[in-house]
Structure formats: C-alpha cells, structure tokens
Unconditional design. Structure first.
Length: 208
C-alpha cells in the first residue's frame, strides 16, 4: 500500500471513529438527565430524599461505566486492529451505535420501576438492549476479522481468536440475564454488572 492509499484509508477509519466517538459522548451525556433534583420542604430531610433515589444513581453509574467500556473496546479495535472500512462495516457499526444510543431509555425504566411489579418489563428491556449490543459487537469483529478483511496485516490468528472468545461471552451471558429478568430481576442486573467489570478489565489490558 503506497503512502497516498495509506493516508486515504486512515482518513476513512478516522472519520468512522470520530463519528462513533460523538455518538458515545451524546449517549453518556443523556444518562445524566435521569438524575432528578429532589424537591423537599423544611419538614423533610434532603438526605432521605436523595437516598430514596438510589436505584436511579446505581442505574446511572452502571450504564455510564458500561457505555464508557463499550467505547474503550470500540477504540481499541480501531487503534490496534482495524485499518480499513467499507459500507457494510459502517452499517454494522451503525447498528452498534443504535444500541448505545438506546441505553439511556431502559436505564430510566429500571431506575423508575425497580422494586415494583413493572420491574420485570424494565429489566427485560434493559438486558435485551445489552444483548443486542453484544451481538452487534460480535458482528463487527467477525466481519472485520474474517479473512483479515479489514485488519492490519500484523494481527495474528491467535489475537483474532482471543478477541472472539471474549466477545462470544457477551451474547451468552446477556441471554442469561434476559431470561433471568423474568424470574429474578436483581440476579439479571448482577450479571450485567459482572460483565461490565469483565469487559472493563479486558479493555484496559493492552493487546498490542
């Protein structure tokens, strides 16, 4: 690949990543809109009012960190592995971004209805959104890595298979979380938090 071709490819992947970064930033910003200012008079305790909103704070923190980790993994793909792009890949990337932008909505539902009979529906939508996100991530990696279609020539088969194994965990575990949302809402949410921790650790580790 000559210098001109290299620069053209870098511009293309750079535009895809820059656009994606903007979407991630907006999704993370929208999450804060769920934090409501409590209105109390002199006969009520502000600390008690804030504590009563703990599901909202927990849901916000979990989803903010989760979107951050999704962004970290997305960034790692481009900075370490993906060097080319095409229309099919951009559509798949768009599907991933769609799931990311939806995350604030089920987050609001979980925060609003946790502990009520409607918590099951909220948790099902919440875990279902993460399941679709994990599927989209797997689609992106499978398409990019198949026959080294969009990867750097230096990426090894061992690296490809290692990332595949990590990504395969997502759809499997989120599927379990989705099923559990109809049986045990706290257990479903615990699985989502556990996956957040797992992918946070793997994203922070260099695969270079």
């Amino acid at each position: 690949m000559n210098t001109a071709e290299t620069e053209r490819v870098e511009r293309e992947t750079g535009r895809v990543e820059a656009f994606s970064d903007g979407v991630f930033a907006i999704a993370m910003t929208l999450l804060v809109l769920d934090l409501k200012l409590p209105h109390v008079d002199n006969s009520h305790n502000l600390f008690a009012a804030l504590l009563s909103q703990w599901p909202t704070f927990i849901a916000f923190l979990n989803s903010f960190v989760t979107v951050l980790i999704i962004w970290m993994n997305h960034h790692n793909l481009f900075s370490q592995y993906i060097v080319k792009t095409n229309n099919v890949f951009m559509l798949m990337n768009g599907l991933l971004l769609l799931t990311v932008t939806v995350i604030p909505f089920p987050t609001s539902l979980v925060a609003e209805y946790y502990g009520t009979p409607n918590a099951i529906a909220a948790a099902a939508l919440y875990s279902g959104t993460f399941l679709l996100m994990a599927i989209a991530f797997n689609m992106i990696w499978y398409y990019a890595s198949n026959s080294h279609r969009l990867l750097k020539k230096t990426v090894t088969r061992e690296q490809i298979e290692s990332i595949k194994r990590q990504y395969y965990l997502g759809p499997s575990a989120y599927s379990v979380a989705f099923v559990l949302s109809f049986i045990n809402v706290p257990a479903s949410l615990i699985i989502i938090v556990a996956l957040m921790i797992f992918y946070g650790v793997t994203a922070s580790m260099s695969r270079g």
